[in-house]
Design a protein. Structure first.
Length: 193
């Protein structure tokens, strides 16, 4: 039989565990919703186009370890950005955009994301312009959370025709990169002789 003092301690421990559990499980949906594709209206060569965009980061990042960030841009089903001239197979299509980090583990200067692709088939003037999935590499210097926000981007075909796209006033896609503390590497004890 538990004394009144033991019952009180047990009740306090149980309520503390319930609060902790609610905090942990309550945070999971928020973390899962951070990097979801979202519609963002950009102005490209004086035309407004609503792309579906997503910035993707790894689920775990460590200080002093390079991190690859992916900027995925999908064209809409209609009202898409199309080329002003036919794009022939093996042409060069290059995308380049800026991403602004803010947070202590990464300097707050803009970082350039880029990619290139060579279409395997002809792309007509009425088809969507291919936009390569861009990547960039950053190296966090410490633990913490870094907010990453996409800015303007440009797509260039054969180093000649450029399509410049600017984000809305509230900016492009965003994601939080969480940089954790590295785990200590266990040291081996010397073998006794």
């Amino acid at each position: 039989m538990l004394t009144s003092q033991a019952r009180r301690r047990l009740a306090l421990k149980t309520s503390a565990m319930a609060v902790l559990g609610a905090g942990i499980f309550g945070a999971i949906p928020v973390m899962a919703a951070v990097a979801q594709p979202a519609p963002v209206a950009y102005t490209c060569n004086n035309e407004t186009i609503t792309f579906t965009m997503e910035l993707k980061t790894p689920t775990t990042a460590r200080p002093s370890a390079p991190v690859t960030v992916i900027w995925d841009i999908k064209q809409p089903a209609s009202g898409y950005l199309s080329p002003t001239a036919e794009i022939t197979p093996n042409s060069s299509v290059v995308a380049q955009g800026t991403i602004s980090p803010s947070g202590s583990p990464i300097p707050s200067s803009q970082v350039v994301a880029s990619a290139s692709v060579a279409p395997a088939t002809t792309i007509s003037e009425t088809a969507p312009l291919p936009i390569p999935t861009m990547t960039m590499v950053v190296t966090p210097t410490a633990s913490g959370t870094v907010a990453l926000k996409g800015g303007g981007f440009a797509v260039e075909v054969n180093e000649g025709q450029t399509y410049n796209c600017t984000p809305p006033t509230n900016g492009g896609p965003s994601v939080n990169l969480v940089v954790g503390t590295p785990t200590a590497t266990p040291t081996k004890s010397p073998t006794p002789t």
